[in-house]
Design a protein around this ligand. Structure first.
Ligand SMILES: Nc1nc2c(ncn2[C@@H]2O[C@H](COP(=O)(O)OP(=O)(O)O)[C@@H](O)[C@H]2O)c(=O)[nH]1
Ligand SMILES: [Mg+2]
Length: 459
């Protein structure tokens, strides 16, 4: 059943010092290669999925390489769906490299990055969304990212996408039956048909919404602090990172270059970026350069904290120019003075047509920091009570989902306008072809290359 005639090998564990390293083989010659390099202790033949202890020998010179455990998985019950063998030797890059050399000398080829997972996908062991989840799980930096990836790997996203796929097929089949045999059968109830399409479109929209709201849990959260000099940006940065990373000083203009650090907030990965204070007129050339870099960092942030000083509420710097939907007004030094009020509420930022939420905190005492974190998460997810979604389509999935929704809505619009059913059917077929790319039914080769090249060696 396999697509591939070659047998590939790679070190599947991290290239670092550790107790155990795994060299994995996949392909029709896996057992044959294993037998050339591995001398099991004790008699008997290889049994499927049964670990054996023995010696690894390099067949090119007969040298003893390692003592190890080895196991054989006959096709198709393996990760790749092909015949697979694994040798568990001692860890460490050199020791594992020697086992790999022995296996290559015995006839295996070095695997390309992601090649095991690609074979698993081609052999139908995983669909494309699940294969992507393998890479995401390995790369996860936080509990939230790992949990989402694990659910996607188990097929939660694929299942929902496949259900939508099935329902579009069934709508299309009814429509085509009506086109072909309309006279003989009871004519299709157009009202109900349109309701079905609208319901499918709503499910696509729901998935898209989960993709947007899930972004911080899936990709982490990039935060940048901006504001006038000396309002306490670096102090707040340290408090949010729980680390005395940035220099703090009563002298304005301490921070010239930007500083980034990573933190975990309740299992959520956050990157914080402290920047030079923004002002209308830089004090010198170094300050001008610092401010330029600061603005570049603000552009790539998911949420910008525009920090002000409760004791100097009118020193707003150039905050008016920050993008309101991604910016949160933070009044720091609330331990010294209450935040400026407007009609009994923390004064909204004076910027832009849209009101900007404002939060009062003290970097010194920690007051208000939990509220600030909650407000950041509300802004990033667009949800009143943010929580990780069950599945979260990534950007590739989101692009496909919106193109599918477009085609589906075009079909619905044609049906509503009383256009010929052929046109509805054409748009539905486009929706099907488009949606198929999420699980890989219709993904072209260059997309596959793109996805699998992001994997590490040995995966
Ligand atoms: N009382 C009080 N002082 C603060 C607070 N945050 C910062 N400061 C002080 O304000 C000054 C400037 O702080 P810094 O973090 O360097 O400001 P930046 O220039 O905006 O990065 C320092 O003397 C800090 O100790 C706060 O919440 N309360
Ligand atoms: Mg600073």
């Amino acid at each position: 059943m396999s697509f591939y005639p070659t047998t590939i090998a790679a070190i599947s564990t991290a290239p670092a010092v550790g107790a155990v390293a795994v060299v994995r083989l996949s392909g029709p010659e896996s057992l044959a290669v294993l037998k050339r390099v591995f001398q099991p202790l004790g008699r008997g033949d290889w049994e499927p999925r049964r670990m054996r202890f023995g010696r690894v020998i390099n067949p090119s010179d007969g040298a003893l390489v390692d003592e190890a455990l080895a196991v054989w998985f006959p096709a198709p019950n393996s990760f790749t769906g092909e015949e697979v063998a694994e040798i568990q030797g001692h860890g460490g890059p050199v020791a594992a490299g020697r086992v790999l050399k022995a296996v290559l000398a015995a006839g295996a080829e070095l695997a390309a990055p992601g090649e095991f997972t690609r074979r698993a996908f081609m052999n139908g062991r995983l669909d494309l969304a699940q294969a992507e989840a393998v890479a995401d799980l390995i790369a996860a930096r936080s509990e939230a990212e790992a949990a989402l990836a694990a659910r996607q790997l188990s097929g939660r996203l694929s299942e929902r996408v496949e259900n939508i796929h099935k329902d579009i097929i069934s709508a299309l089949a009814d429509l085509e039956a009506d086109i072909d045999f309309g006279e003989e059968l009871n004519a299709l109830d157009m009202g109900r048909f349109q309701a079905r399409l609208a319901e499918i479109a709503a499910r696509l929209e729901q998935l898209l919404e989960e993709g947007r709201a899930g972004k911080p849990f899936r990709d982490g959260l990039r935060l940048a602090l901006a504001g006038a000099p000396n309002v306490g940006k670096s102090s707040l940065f340290n408090a949010l990172a729980n680390d005395e990373r940035a220099l703090v000083s009563p002298a304005p203009g301490t921070t010239r270059d930007f500083i980034t650090t990573e933190a975990l907030w309740d299992g959520l990965w956050v990157e914080l970026c402290d920047t030079a204070g923004l002002s209308e007129t830089p004090v010198d050339e170094l300050d001008a350069l610092g401010q330029e870099r600061a603005r570049a960092q603000l552009d790539r942030a998911d949420v910008i904290l525009w920090v002000g000083d409760c004791t100097r509420p009118d020193d707003v710097g150039t905050g008016q120019k920050l993008p309101p939907p991604r910016t949160l007004r933070v009044w720091n030094k609330a331990d010294l003075s209450p935040p400026p009020e407007e009609e009994g509420r923390a004064r909204p930022a004076p910027a832009g047509p849209e009101p900007m939420p404002a939060i009062a905190v003290s970097a010194r005492t920690g007051q208000g920091l939990d509220d600030l974190k909650a407000a950041i998460l509300r802004l990033a997810t667009g949800q009143e009570s943010p929580k990780p979604p069950e599945v979260s389509p990534n950007l590739r999935h989101q692009a496909i989902l919106s193109r599918t929704a477009q085609a589906l809505n075009a079909s619905l619009a044609a049906a509503r306008a009383g256009q010929p059913p052929d046109i509805c059917a054409y748009e539905l077929r486009t929706a099907l072809d488009t949606l198929g790319a999420i699980c890989g039914r219709t993904a072209p080769d260059d997309i596959l290359n793109e996805i699998f090249s992001r994997f590490c060696l040995g995966k």
